[in-house]
Structure formats: structure tokens, C-alpha cells
Design a protein around this ligand. Structure first.
Ligand code: NAG
Ligand code: NAG
Ligand code: NAG
Length: 298
């Protein structure tokens, strides 16, 4: 009797194992590809080709990663080469069949916006979505952020433009546009590069924050007190000038790594009653200041 139960269990598992990926997810991949191709954006892989050749287990298609136990797609790496086409009008519904999706990489996707009511906010229907990379897409950061702010499952979010590229990307995100991005309650890592922002209100509780290449000045440190769990902070290439009050940095009591490269810092000053900073392990500066910073020895 026990053996029969065991055999029944084995047979009930076979369809999943034999088929690999789920039919609905395989056809969703093909539909996604068709959508990208019709937008006239180069896609690096030919998923339709795999299907035509009978190589139907989409878990082994390029740029797709499954949880092999469940056969569900958990990662889609659709980073392209910035195709020459007109740009991709994103349709979030095309991703909703991937119910177990955790990681979505769309950097250099040439995404210029989305079709009506099909913005990234719709991805909040994917309860496991933890990481989204949308760097180097020509979308205005205000539009992009307001669409992402409600995806509460997100832990890692990467946005950014490279001002050195020749792509015509809007790169200004000024204070009058900013608003709180309160829905990203689980965010642990944020990359927000090259937009020229100078307002911290868009951010939530974080351990890792990169604000490389923006317009923050030294008041940023006191603003960052609201992120007590911050461990890594990149403020390279901002407008942090002159004498920096050490106490504001010390208040970030968990900070281990601080990059201040490519600013214009003259010295670190400490007022009476300063405590030593015990957590900091790495401090990157382009010029090391020997004076008061020397007594400061993490
Ligand atoms: C977006 O994709 C969904 C799913 O394929 C489709 O039903 C819908 O018509 C598309 N929306 C637009 C505006 O193309
Ligand atoms: C901020 O952006 C808005 C909208 O683009 C613009 O009207 C305003 O002049 C900008 N403000 C500054 C200080 O650049
Ligand atoms: C630093 O930036 C803040 C916020 O934009 C601004 O209010 C302040 O005047 C700036 N301070 C200096 C010294 O530039």
C-alpha cells in the first residue's frame, strides 16, 4: 500500500518535471518577445526560435531563470543593447503571467514609456518581485518613480542615466517635482544615478544608498539621519564642499562604507562632545585631509 502511494506521488510529479516550464509562461515569453519586436527594438535572444526547434522548456532559454523545483520563471534578464528602434512602449500586463518573478532586469531596454494603464505600478500584482533594474532607459525619472512607488515588495531598485552617453534622456529631477515615495516599504538598496536630484524626500529606509553624480551639498548628512540603518553610502560627484561637520556623519551609526570621491571637501570639523565613529570601515576621498581628520581613526 505504501509503495502504491509512493508511485502515485511520483507519477503526479512527472508532468511538471517532464514539461519543465509552464505552458502559460512559455507563451507569455513569446508574447513578450512579439511585443518587443513590434516596438522595433532589438532583442538579443530569439525565444521563438527555441520554440520552433522543439526546445520548449523555457526554463533553459537564454535570459530566463526558473526555480527548477516549481518550473516557474523567477528571473528575466532583458537587458538589451539599446536597440536602434523607435523605443519600446512597455506593457506591464505582459509580465503578469510570471507569478513567481523575483528579478526583472530591463536596463538599456530603450523603454520610452508604456501603453495606457500598463505602467510599472501594475507590477505590484507580482507579490515576489524583489529587484528591478531600469537603468539607462529614456524615461523621465519623475514618471518612472511615480510608477514604481507602489511596489511594496521591491527590495532592490536601480535607476539612473549616464550623462556621458549620447542618448537624449531627461536628466533633471528638481525639488519641485519630488514627492515622497512612501510605498517602497521594503526597499533595502537604491541606485539613483545621474538625475541631478537634491531632495531626499523620495527615499525610504535603506541600508545601501548610491546618490552618485547628483547635486547634494553637505546638508545631505543631517538629512540622512532618518535612515539609521544605512551601511553603504555613495555620495561621489556631488556638490559637497568646504568644511564638513563630522557629527552629522557620526549620527549614521551603522555606516561602514562612505564614498565622497569627486567632491570639494576642505576638512572635517568636529564640535565639542563628538563621539568617535566606531562603525566606519572605508572612507573614499580624492584628497586625504591630514589635519583634523587624522585624529579620526575608525
Ligand atoms: C497589454 O498586454 C495585455 C496582455 O497581453 C493585452 O491584453 C493588452 O491589450 C495590452 N494592452 C495594450 C494597450 O496593448
Ligand atoms: C523644475 O522643473 C519644473 C518643471 O520642469 C520647471 O518648471 C522649473 O522651472 C524647474 N525648477 C528649477 C529650479 O529648475
Ligand atoms: C544645500 O542644499 C539645500 C537643499 O537644496 C539648500 O537648501 C541649501 O541652501 C544648500 N546649501 C548650500 C550652502 O549651498
Amino acid at each position: 500500500m505504501g509503495n502504491i502511494k509512493f508511485l502515485m506521488l511520483v507519477f503526479s510529479l512527472i508532468p511538471i518535471v517532464a514539461n519543465g516550464c509552464w505552458e502559460e509562461e512559455r507563451s507569455a515569453l513569446l508574447e513578450l518577445q512579439a511585443n518587443i519586436v513590434s516596438s522595433n527594438v532589438d532583442l538579443l535572444v530569439d525565444w521563438a526560435g527555441y520554440n520552433a526547434n522543439g526546445f520548449i522548456d523555457c526554463c533553459f532559454w537564454k535570459k530566463v531563470k526558473c526555480n527548477l523545483a516549481t518550473g516557474r520563471v523567477i528571473k528575466l534578464d532583458l537587458e538589451t543593447d539599446f536597440g536602434t528602434g523607435d523605443g519600446w512602449r512597455f506593457n506591464a500586463s505582459l509580465l503578469l503571467p510570471f507569478k513567481s518573478l523575483q528579478v526583472l532586469l530591463l536596463s538599456y531596454g530603450n523603454i520610452i514609456g508604456w501603453t495606457k494603464n500598463e505602467g510599472f505600478s501594475k507590477l505590484r500584482q507580482l507579490p515576489n518581485l524583489k529587484e528591478v533594474d531600469l537603468q539607462y532607459n529614456p524615461i523621465h525619472p519623475k514618471v518612472l518613480l511615480s510608477s514604481l512607488c507602489s511596489i511594496s515588495s521591491l527590495e532592490v531598485l536601480k535607476l539612473g542615466v549616464d550623462v556621458d552617453t549620447s542618448f537624449s534622456i531627461p536628466t533633471t529631477y528638481n525639488t519641485s517635482m519630488s514627492k515622497k515615495c512612501g510605498g517602497l516599504t521594503n526597499l533595502r538598496q537604491l541606485k539613483f544615478r545621474g538625475y541631478g536630484i537634491n531632495d531626499i524626500n523620495i527615499l525610504c529606509a535603506l541600508e545601501k544608498l548610491s546618490l552618485y553624480d547628483n547635486n547634494f551639498n553637505s546638508t545631505i548628512f543631517s538629512s540622512l539621519k532618518i535612515f539609521p540603518s544605512l551601511k553603504r553610502l555613495n555620495l561621489a560627484a556631488n556638490e559637497i564642499n568646504g568644511n564638513i561637520e563630522m557629527n552629522d556623519i557620526i549620527a549614521l551609526s551603522n555606516l561602514k562604507y562612505l564614498d565622497l570621491w569627486n567632491n570639494n571637501i576642505e576638512s572635517f570639523v568636529t564640535t565639542k562632545g563628538s563621539k568617535r565613529m566606531s562603525s566606519l570601515r572605508y572612507l573614499l576621498l580624492e584628497v586625504l585631509i591630514p589635519t583634523r581628520a587624522e585624529s579620526y581613526n575608525p
